[in-house]
Ligand binder design. Structure first.
Ligand SMILES: Cc1cc2nc3c(=O)[nH]c(=O)nc-3n(C[C@H](O)[C@H](O)[C@H](O)COP(=O)(O)OP(=O)(O)OC[C@H]3O[C@@H](n4cnc5c(N)ncnc54)[C@H](O)[C@@H]3O)c2cc1C
Length: 389
């Protein structure tokens, strides 16, 4: 099945990426999980290897490769025992940088996209706010034009890379009376006067830093408005298709990792004089999960193939995230059970996977919000169009 989507070149890329991750990342994961700080050198190395640029234009240092290279990057990042590290990488490469590439002008691309691809600058996407993440149109942060600058006031929360990033892509209301049509997006240097970020403590994703951010009269040059004023909401929604697909792929990959690890464990662990892999109750549970995960994977790949051809797969991406994150949580819950007490121990990967996985149905649109979107599309026949075709 995989050969439908993956060529020999893709396979070679996967092999060299795996090798790179084992040599350059895995030895540091435990430290980063403890400190919640990923050392800068690894960002540079990712940049040197071209990993941040795989789907971006060559003109800015990227490799302009098809989306299945991104799938490989995402999948392998899920298999090195830290969804937090993975999140820091993909939030930079596919949340912040997607906006730079799509809505940034030439100056922004030169000054921010190029160093982002090189791993010299780290980005974060700031949409969610303390008083509401699901209701994006209800955001309270404002941007008021004053001469050749916008003055931004408000706050954001749960922002991945928010503490250590060099720049933020910030959504703010340029016209609070216009609801979602009054939202614009801005590029903001994190060193700007009036920006302060506080690190949040959290259940999982512990290697990645998550911030609450306050903007106190932050001056952003008019030239840092991204795209057209008032179109921010449409840009955000358009890019959610990719973000949701990314979270779906992450989910099927971590579930697959959990299953592979558990099968190996079951083939060594004995109870009542036999390998636990021989107990029918465990076998049946495991293969049911494997079946569900494979279904998700096939669905996710099909959606990626369509997105790669330029189709706006908002419905499929929404379904993909909804289903895959649920399946991942259920699979990892069962796999942890199959390790018995060891499943609960930090020395074994299931405990961290269990914590990390729980973010799947919350971040990037909760499962409830995804069902609302699907309800509008499937039951009310509502059609969602991309902001830029
Ligand atoms: C670790 C982490 C990293 C994150 N990274 C980022 C990031 O980089 N950038 C960013 O902008 N955001 C980020 N988020 C925020 C994330 O996208 C939000 O947490 C999410 O969208 C939900 O918003 P909320 O937390 O405000 O929940 P709320 O919107 O307050 O929702 C609370 C509950 O009510 C439910 N609910 C809300 N509205 C409805 C409805 N209409 N119908 C039914 N149920 C409803 C929700 O599903 C949820 O169960 C991150 C979050 C976490 C935890």
């Amino acid at each position: 099945m995989n050969s439908v989507y993956f060529s020999e070149e893709h396979d070679l890329f996967r092999t060299s990426l795996k090798d790179f991750l084992q040599k350059e990342v895995v030895p540091h994961i435990e430290k980063w999980e403890k400190t919640g700080t990923i050392d800068r050198f690894i960002w540079k190395k990712f940049g040197e290897m071209g990993f941040f640029g795989i789907s971006y234009p060559e003109a800015y240092g990227g490799l302009n490769l098809d989306l299945f290279y991104t799938v490989i990057l995402l999948e392998e990042l899920q298999k090195i025992k830290s969804s937090g590290f993975a999140a820091a990488i993909w939030a930079h490469a596919y949340l912040a940088m997607t906006h730079l590439n799509a809505e940034g002008d030439e100056r922004i691309k030169k000054d921010y996209l190029v160093p982002s691809i090189a791993g010299e600058k780290i980005g974060a996407l700031c949409i969610s706010e303390p008083f509401g993440g699901s209701d994006v149109a209800g955001m309270k942060t404002t941007a008021v034009k004053n001469g050749d600058a916008y003055i931004i006031n408000g706050s954001k929360t749960f922002i991945t890379n928010g503490v250590y990033a060099d720049y933020y892509i910030v959504a703010a209301k340029t016209d609070p009376n216009l609801g979602n049509k009054g939202i614009s997006i801005f590029l903001m240097d994190t060193a700007s006067k009036g920006v302060s970020a506080t690190k949040l403590d959290k259940l999982g994703w512990r290697a990645s830093d998550t911030a609450e951010i306050a903007f106190d009269n932050v001056e952003v040059p008019v030239a840092n408005l991204m795209g057209v004023e008032g179109k921010g909401f449409s840009y955000i929604m358009q890019h959610f298709a990719l973000e949701r697909l990314i979270m779906a792929i992450n989910a099927h990959a971590r579930a697959e990792y959990a299953i592979d690890y558990t099968i190996d464990y079951m083939s060594h662990r004995e109870a009542f004089g036999m390998k636990i892999s021989k107990f029918q109750a465990l076998r049946h549970t495991l293969v049911e999960h494997a079946t569900e995960v494979e279904h998700c994977k096939v669905f996710n790949y099909a959606a990626v193939a369509r997105l790669d051809k330029g189709e706006y797969v908002v419905k499929e991406a929404t379904m993909a995230k909804l289903k895959s994150t649920k399946v991942a949580d259920e699979t990892i819950y069962s796999c942890l059970q199959m390790l018995g007490g060891y499943g609960y121990m930090e020395e074994y990967p299931l405990a961290r996977l269990f914590r990390d996985s729980r973010l799947g149905p919350i971040g990037g649109g909760t499962s409830e919000i995804l069902k609302e979107i699907l309800g509008k599309m499937i039951i009310d026949n509502q059609n969602y169009e991309p902001a830029v075709k």
